[in-house]
Design a protein around this ligand. Sequence first.
Ligand SMILES: NC(=O)c1ccc[n+]([C@@H]2O[C@H](COP(=O)([O-])OP(=O)(O)OC[C@H]3O[C@@H](n4cnc5c(N)ncnc54)[C@H](O)[C@@H]3O)[C@@H](O)[C@H]2O)c1
Length: 281
Amino acid sequence: MERIMVIGAGQMGSGIAQVCAQAGYEVTLNDLKAEFVERGLGVIKKNLSRQVDKGKMTAEELDKVLGRITASNDLQDAKSVDLVIEAAVENMDIKTKIFAQLDEIAPEHTILASNTSSLPITEIAAATNRPEKVIGMHFMNPVPVMKLVEIIRGLATADEVYQTIEDITEKIGKVPVEVNDFPGFVANRILMPMINEAIYTLYEGVASKEDIDSVMKLGMNHPMGPLTLADFIGLDTCLYIMETLYEGFGDPKYRPCPLLRKYVKAGWLGKKSGRGFYVYE
Ligand SMILES: NC(=O)c1ccc[n+]([C@@H]2O[C@H](COP(=O)([O-])OP(=O)(O)OC[C@H]3O[C@@H](n4cnc5c(N)ncnc54)[C@H](O)[C@@H]3O)[C@@H](O)[C@H]2O)c1
């Protein structure tokens, strides 16, 4: 395993490309347009420059890491890689299309991984003729900082493929946790219902948003209150994951709070749109 392709140069894809290049892998960073890849590369450069400023990395090392990342706007570039990590948008149609194309283009030995936060790996794998080589690699945001990677086994994922991905995860300095393919995996199955319950608590007028966040920060030692965290993740993403849990389990305990739906319909998506539970400048 030497060459890794990352699909999607957004907040997750650029972070994944960065940590892979820092670990010595040759990385191809792909997105739909050159300007999207440029934006991702800009974020990586800024992150690494901060490390140089802090004395954690030399300017020479920075150049070496950046030199390992090649920009791409063509999925055909998958023909020369050993592993693809897909981090495009959270949408099943888009992901299955990408995986079906990658299956045609990539060499037989190439492993196809998805960074999906909630979509079934087994369903993504079924869009290919190599379901045994399809696996989930769920990184946390921000990727360069957060240690965890949930590794999700699809129904058909081969043991040696799991092992290879576990080894790579450790090589890039992360801690792998093995998870089976069920809605929300482990992280979002536990986190999202807590956030959704915090939104219900606000909706029912039990306490103010600031007080709900204070209870969880000061009482449970969470670094961030659940409503602040929801704004940071994106309220559309939170709603999407709650719907995946609700549909996937068919259990009413996962019903998304009407207030969450209302905010998303209003375009109040959290930090990225300037307004969610809180207002951002
Ligand atoms: N944001 C998070 O906290 C988080 C955490 C873990 C996992 N994820 C998952 O990671 C994935 C990416 O999320 P993000 O937050 O980086 O989104 P983002 O919107 O920042 O980036 C997505 C990128 O994918 C690109 N893209 C879309 N379709 C493409 C295609 N067909 N080919 C190539 N590139 C394409 C877009 O142009 C965009 O640059 C999603 O599946 C998401 O669920 C997100």
